[in-house]
Design a protein around this ligand. Structure first.
Ligand code: SAM
Length: 274
């Protein structure tokens, strides 16, 4: 049975998966285990305010198998002790700041249409998971990563050079709220938890209003985590979603290999500008 499952899962594995895995290994060797950088002062402060004990596990860098291995070695834990010294333990909340490799396959093979000749922009491109995944799993003409943190831009540039991706990928170190012309030209805009953990509420409002004003081209796709409704309901932006976009229902019941996690996929939402 185990052999059969191995063969079955191999069916979902190809050369592009192997390249993406190599990229993750390269980046893992440059990052601390929590994949947070010292230059992310604000995000680190915001994380400390979270009520429930949470650990960062970057899902692009760490597959479930690697997390299990690190837990066995005692380098990571899925639980915390609720009363020190006792056996009373509770599961830790896991937070990833990147899409996992399975989520990237879902995005490019099941969520988005054929991207031949299209421009995709990832707002807050961090480690580059979305643009590298787009290079390997789609025919998009241009994949643009806009990231405010200079250290993350340097890491993305390192991968671009090593894997010769510069013909279709561009990394821009900037606040996305200064990039009107890129946003206006894009055919797909990806917004994966981009502002919530990194900006104060007033700045989040400003950023969403900027996105709303500049992503206006009819038919442009927005890929968001969480839903736009969830991101905006706490904020006073005045954005009327019903006048801006329509949501396209996705089928999350797909198998993409043994790491498929339907719950994680169900956080991905797709919209189209009206
Ligand atoms: C959750 S990560 C998203 C990672 C990546 N898009 C993915 O899906 O794998 C959000 C990133 O957005 C960046 N960011 C936050 N506010 C930004 C802004 N105004 N302009 C550009 N990048 C921003 C943060 O530095 C962080 O690296």
């Amino acid at each position: 049975m185990e052999n059969f499952l191995d063969d079955f899962n191999e069916f979902f594995w190809d050369n592009n998966d192997a390249i993406l895995q190599n990229i993750a290994e390269d980046l893992r060797s440059c990052m601390p285990v929590d994949a947070m950088l010292e230059s992310e002062h604000r995000a680190i402060e915001k994380m400390k305010q979270k009520p429930e004990p949470t650990i960062h596990v970057d899902a692009f860098l760490y597959s479930d198998d690697i997390v299990d291995a690190l837990c066995e070695e005692g380098k990571m834990s899925r639980h915390y002790c609720v009363s020190c010294g006792s056996h009373q333990i509770a599961p830790l909340a896991f937070l990833s700041h990147s899409f996992s490799r399975v989520e990237l396959k879902f995005l490019y093979q099941h969520v988005l249409p054929d991207l031949t000749g299209k421009i995709l922009i990832d707002t807050g491109s961090r480690l580059g998971a979305v643009i590298f995944g787009g290079y390997l799993y789609s025919s998009a003409a241009q994949l643009q990563g806009v990231e405010i943190n200079a250290d993350f831009c340097r890491l993305q540039e390192m991968i671009l050079r090593k894997y010769h991706f510069a013909d279709r990928i561009q990394v821009i170190q900037a606040d996305v709220c200064t990039q009107a012309s890129f946003l206006q030209a894009a055919d797909v805009v990806v917004l994966n938890n981009v502002f919530e953990y990194f900006l104060e509420e007033a700045e989040q409002c400003r950023a969403w209003i900027y996105i709303n004003s500049n992503v206006r081209k009819r038919g442009t796709f927005l890929v968001t985590v969480p839903s736009l409704e969830e991101s905006l309901h706490r904020l006073q932006t005045g954005i009327d979603l019903s006048q801006w976009v329509k949501e396209i229902q996705l089928d999350y019941n797909v198998y993409l290999g043994k790491e498929t996690d339907e719950d994680a996929l169900s956080h991905i939402h797709l919209y189209q500008v009206l």
